[in-house]
Design a protein around this ligand. Structure first.
Ligand code: ZN
Length: 298
């Protein structure tokens, strides 16, 4: 049996995953606000509550990543975690080894093991939401590297062909201009809509208006699909995944699954594009499920 924990900014969700992929237990508690030591304690309490025998492995998914070789957290939007030895502190409290990966990697793992990409050899999982992240799974194993950033395309610069689709340069919170995240996150979609119409509207309102036939909103979604396709074409040219699974709030835009494959044409260095663009099987559950998949079934 495996325990998977999704450590989010507001909730800590824990599951027990049986070897055949069935979730047998679930537990959800609030994340203590802005306190690192209380967060560590809350995570360990969830694990201890789910752990009924000694035969468990524990994986944790969280925004951000472990900075090697010191294993201190970095890039987390739950800022109290940054600079902290989260893995070591949880391990000292529990008394055994655990694994930690960022939430986009856990999302990709969950889809590659038990979701829509379970028959695909190479999978790129994309998070399109508050931020823009990604993870690469090959033969059901996460691709990892010395910088713990494999798949992190959100802070690559947009291609020139995407710069042509926005009016002015966009500052990213990371300090660089025109990162993929500045067009592909929810805020990016909002900004594109504002550039087109002069009006402020939330991503949910834009999608709703597009579905009701509003031409400006439909146009905005089509531009977003072009931006996404052109950003994804750079990924396809490098890792040539069998499937790209979209996750995060913006993956609910159903039009993307028709528009993006169409807009990839002419931007991927191949005459035929066989990469499938698919919606996720799991919603909010993917983080804890993927975290459990950081360990092989016993
Ligand atoms: Zn950035």
């Amino acid at each position: 049996m495996r325990i998977g924990i999704d450590l989010g900014g507001t909730k800590i969700e824990g599951i027990v995953l049986a070897d055949e992929g069935k979730v047998t237990e679930k537990l959800r508690v609030d994340t203590p606000a802005e306190s690192y030591s209380e967060t560590v304690k809350a995570v360990c309490d969830v694990i201890k509550n789910l752990q009924t025998t000694n035969q468990f492995s524990v994986g944790i998914g969280t925004p951000g990543a472990l900075s090697l070789p010191r294993e201190l957290m970095k890039n987390s939007n739950s800022v109290c975690l940054n600079g902290q030895p989260l893995k070591k502190d949880i391990e000292s409290s529990l008394g055994y080894e655990i694994r930690i990966e960022n939430d986009a990697n856990c999302f990709a793992l969950s889809e590659a093991h038990y979701g829509i990409a379970s028959s695909s050899k190479t999978v790129f999982g994309v998070i399109l939401g508050t931020g823009c992240g990604g993870g690469v799974v090959v033969d059901k194993k996460l691709l990892t590297g010395p910088n713990s950033i494999a798949g992190e395309w959100g802070h690559n610069s947009i291609p020139t062909s995407v710069r042509e689709l926005i009016k002015e340069d966009r500052e990213c919170y990371c300090g660089r201009p025109n990162c993929n995240e500045t067009v592909l996150s929810g805020r990016g979609l909002q900004q594109t809509y504002a550039e087109l119409t002069g009006n402020e509207s939330s991503p949910i309102e834009i999608v709703g208006s597009a579905q009701s036939g509003d031409m400006d909103a439909k146009n905005c979604i089509d531009i977003y699909a072009k931006q996404l396709a052109r950003c994804l074409s750079t990924i396809i040219n490098i890792i040539d995944p069998h499937m790209i699974v979209l996750g995060g709030g913006l993956s609910n835009i159903s039009a993307l699954y028709e528009l993006v494959p169409h807009h990839l044409e002419g931007h991927v260095f191949s005459d035929v594009i066989q990469t499938k663009i698919a919606p996720p099987t799991f919603g909010d559950a993917s983080g804890a499920l993927g975290a459990a998949c950081l360990w092989d079934a016993s």
